[in-house]
Design a protein around this ligand. Structure first.
Ligand code: KQY
Length: 363
């Protein structure tokens, strides 16, 4: 694998939008017992459903540990590739490479990963195997790699419109556990250099109780150039109200890199907060020193954590009255793509959702 000493921006490469054509998608089979309850049994079944839906229109590779290899091979259909690869957990969005293109060639970007905040407020230790995955995947896919390993970033903290605009949240990218030695302007410059972007739209907040310091991929996403969905509630007593209102104010007063006004489509969060139960909590084994969770704690459940495939859009479902309206609202923005409702409770109890467990490889 060739490691480049230039940046995507210098070479005319940029991060394409998720809604443009994919070659394929990467996932990692879950097994960690402090992330996934009851031996990750239900989580693996949910991951398989996600893989099968994606594989209807793109090539899926699932990375699995040696321990899980036979199980993954048995649970997944033959047209889905299983590659043995070690990891600490299963968040391909955050530590598989961010792929960039010049319209002809695909290359990967290797960021530094520190489990969402390192020793400051990270979620587990160690994270070294996760941090090596981007390099291993560039090798596996035979892609040259840009080395951004001096900069801490997870894929879930950025969204690109493929036309020069990046969405990110201040709560996450300016948090003390990531790049505390860099100013906001320096962080912005790193994003521009390694994503080949011209403009960063900084949203103040993400989703309430998001364990990642509020990744943007739970709260706001591009659905086409100039159009975003924003997780929303009209309930002024809900903590999400202030957070989404702060984001809306920015979006309504911003333009994208091409000077377009950004059109915001609100997608309502579940009406009944999705909370972790006593039974679910009993199924985790936490390691010493790790943050323990409490029964009744609200999970960062948002319909905006969807994944766009070549042929469809996979939308998380929580068994809530807002499930159906979310399918309609998001589905209507992806004309010609099939809507895949995916019951996601067994993923969200792990702390993320469909977008967090997938990473697309552009065509
Ligand atoms: O949402 C994500 N991108 C990752 C969440 C990690 C949770 C670990 N339990």
């Amino acid at each position: 694998m060739r490691v480049l000493d230039t940046t995507p921006k210098q070479d005319g490469f940029y991060m394409p939008a998720e809604f443009s054509e994919h070659y394929g998608c990467i996932l990692i089979f879950p097994e960690r017992s402090d992330s996934w309850q009851y031996g990750a049994y239900a989580a693996r079944k949910a991951f398989v459903k996600v893989c099968e839906a994606i594989a209807q229109s793109e090539k899926v590779t699932v990375c699995a540990s040696d321990r899980q290899y036979e199980n993954a091979r048995r649970m997944l259909p033959p047209h889905i590739r299983v590659a043995e690869m070690s990891s600490n957990d299963s968040w391909a969005r955050d530590y598989a490479p961010t792929f960039v293109t010049n319209g002809q060639i695909i290359r990967g970007v290797n960021w530094s990963f520190n489990a969402w905040g390192g020793l400051e407020d990270g979620l587990y230790f160690p994270w070294d195997k996760d941090d090596r995955m981007a390099r291993k995947l560039c090798d596996l896919y035979d892609k040259s790699m840009y080395d951004a390993s001096g900069f801490v970033l997870e894929g879930g903290s950025i969204h690109s419109d493929g036309e020069g605009t990046i969405l990110a949240t201040e709560a996450c990218l300016l948090s003390r556990g990531r790049n505390p030695e860099l100013s906001r302007a320096e962080i912005e410059q790193e994003l521009k250099n390694y994503l080949g972007a011209q403009k960063i739209v900084w949203l103040p907040r993400g989703i309430y109780n998001d364990e990642t310091n509020e990744h943007v991929d739970n709260v706001c996403a591009f659905t086409s150039p100039g159009h975003v969905v924003l997780a929303w509630t009209d309930d002024m007593d809900d903590p999400q109200y202030q957070m989404s209102s702060a984001d809306l104010e920015i979006l309504e007063n911003e333009t994208d890199a091409r000077g377009r006004k950004i059109e915001v489509h609100k997608v309502y969060i579940p009406k009944n907060p999705v909370c972790i139960t006593e039974y679910e909590l009993s199924g985790f084994t936490f390691e010493e020193g790790e943050d323990e969770r409490e029964a009744g704690e609200r999970l960062a459940a948002s319909y905006v954590n969807f994944y766009i495939t070549n042929g469809g859009v996979l939308i998380p479902q929580f068994g809530d009255v807002m499930d159906e309206p979310a399918l309609k609202a998001i589905g209507s923005l992806f004309e010609g793509r099939k809507v895949y409702p995916i019951y996601a409770r067994d993923i969200i109890v792990g702390g993320g959702n469909i977008h967090c467990i997938t990473q697309q490889i552009p065509q």
